[in-house]
Design a protein around this ligand. Structure first.
Ligand SMILES: Nc1ncnc2c1ncn2[C@@H]1O[C@H](COP(=O)(O)OP(=O)(O)OP(=O)(O)O)[C@@H](O)[C@H]1O
Ligand SMILES: [Mg+2]
Length: 477
């Protein structure tokens, strides 16, 4: 958790203030002292106080009892330890009902007081932590192996290994599914921050208001729905890494807030006034072209240069075919384990087909194919036919041939009952007809299905089983 806790001593005896300050300073606390009610309130408003030691018998018309609930209102997480005279144990009990965590009877035993504070801080931390523990445990057991044989990427990994212990921000770019998140996990879980948290947030998935409160947390009542104080991801990631996914989707307004946090290493909760200091390594990822967004005024230039201190671009899978075999083997192992299977490998045909595929979904698409293949197959060596027949993978083939054939070789217009025609024709002919109609309708499948008198589902099935490729939609590499 925190390296240094802040403690407020509220007691009107100067001697006690001084004694406790010295004692707690020596034990690594940041100590504030006061003997006055109003000043205590002011300090808690301005500073991040973790625990307060409150002498119930304060001079003036307001006493320590009032202060207990006042401070709790300002700072719901605060630990309050009450100091009471031997004769006023009843008041001590009352004060616990008002929110104090514990009480100590005078004369103060410093060690006892320290124990009470530490025990309560630990309990509070556990409570806060519990909420994140589940996610964290899950996250720790996920893999962080970044597999590659690509020289360019290997060189990037060597650079990363040199800088990963430094607290610098990293920007990872690449198409969808290229491995931006797993690379950032690699950076965190092999760096000197690995024992602290790896926290992720997707900037595209949340509304502006939610993203703000997820990042920075909020105070109770700061907006409708903020019924409790909530810790933001920046606080949770203290000491560790915060992964800002899809940063290209962050609004300009939040971009400026983020810039400020990076510049000052501190931030304020939504609806809060206190600055909270944090030490967080940021890793940002995007599949957008931030430089272009900058030119278009959609991404702040100053933020870009803050984030892209070190930047890595992961090339698309189609540009690094040498990674396909090694990734296939990696995923076979992973899913063998998951499904308790003994798949050894794919056959050559399958490798060849997978290597010549153009992978619009990149590694994620490849992983899905291997996942299904391992799950569904009973063979030790999975061959291409199995992949194709199981409709796990549809290779790109032959559509060039189809495209080059002259369509008027076929007397399409003479076919009246298309449904019947399709049912009775050879596969080859069927394929050509389907292709002709798809093209005619600009690959609008619903329209094509209607014209052919078949359902959309049947059309999809035919497209897959006949290996008809949607030539016009395939992304250009
Ligand atoms: N080099 C790699 N080694 C091992 N697994 C990888 C690699 N690259 C990607 N993967 C796996 O592929 C899947 C997709 O990767 P990841 O989620 O990191 O992609 P991404 O770039 O964040 O995608 P998106 O932009 O869609 O969020 C994950 O299951 C990941 O574990
Ligand atoms: Mg991702």
């Amino acid at each position: 958790m925190k390296d240094k806790y802040s403690l407020l001593i509220i007691d009107d005896e100067k001697g006690i203030q001084h004694g406790l300050k010295t004692f707690f300073n020596k034990r690594g606390f940041n100590v504030f002292t006061t003997g006055k009610y109003d000043e205590a309130i002011r300090i808690v408003k301005e500073k991040n106080i973790d625990a307060a030691v409150v002498d119930i018998r304060l001079k003036g018309n307001k006493n320590g009892i009032d202060l207990i609930s006042e401070l709790k209102k300002l700072e719901p997480d605060i630990i309050e330890i009450v100091i009471t005279g031997y004769s006023s144990v009843d008041t001590a009990v009352t004060s616990m009902k008002l929110g104090a965590s514990d009480y100590i009877v005078k004369p103060i035993d410093n060690q006892k007081l320290l124990d009470a504070i530490v025990k309560n801080l630990e309990m509070r931390n556990l409570k806060n932590e519990n909420i994140f523990l589940r996610n964290e445990i899950l996250s720790r057991y996920d893999s962080f192996d970044f597999i590659t044989e690509n020289e360019e990427l290997k060189a990037e990994l060597r650079k990363i290994d040199r800088i990963k212990d430094k607290p610098i921000t990293v920007l990872i770019t690449g198409e969808t599914g290229t491995g931006k998140e797993i690379l950032s996990r690699y950076i965190h879980f092999t760096s000197n921050r690995k024992d602290k948290r790896f926290v992720t947030i997707n900037c595209a998935a949340l509304s502006r208001e939610l993203l703000l409160s997820e990042l920075f947390g909020h105070e109770k009542g700061s907006f409708t729905g903020a019924i409790e104080r909530k810790m933001g991801k920046f606080e949770i990631a203290h000491g560790g890494t915060l992964f800002l996914d899809e940063i290209g989707d962050m609004s300009l307004n939040i971009q400026s807030k983020l810039l400020r946090v990076i510049e000052e290493n501190s931030f304020e909760r939504v609806g809060g006034t206190k600055r909270i200091e944090v030490d967080v390594r940021l890793i940002a990822a995007t599949n957008k072209d931030l430089r272009r967004m900058m030119k278009e005024g959609k991404f702040r230039e100053d933020l870009y240069y803050r984030i892209a201190v070190f930047s890595v671009n992961i090339p698309p899978l189609r540009d690094r075919p040498e990674d396909i075999p090694i990734l296939i083997r990696h995923f076979i192992k992973k899913y063998n384990k998951k499904y308790n299977k003994n798949v050894i490998d794919l056959n050559n045909d399958a490798y060849n087909a997978l290597i010549s595929h153009n992978w619009p979904g990149n590694v994620r698409e490849l992983e899905n194919i291997v996942n299904q293949a391992v799950l569904l197959s009973d063979s030790e060596i999975i061959n291409l036919d199995e992949l194709v027949n199981g409709r796990i993978f549809i290779p790109i083939q032959n559509d060039k041939i189809l495209q080059n054939e002259r369509k008027d070789d076929f007397e399409f217009d003479k076919i009246k009952d298309l449904k019947m025609a399709i049912a009775n024709l050879s596969k080859d002919y069927e394929k050509k007809i389907l292709h002709y109609y798809l093209e005619k309708n600009n690959f609008n499948k619903s329209k094509t299905a209607r014209e052919l008198g078949i359902t959309r589902k049947t059309l999809d099935f035919k497209i897959r089983s006949l290996n008809i490729q949607d030539i016009h939609r395939r992304p250009q590499s």
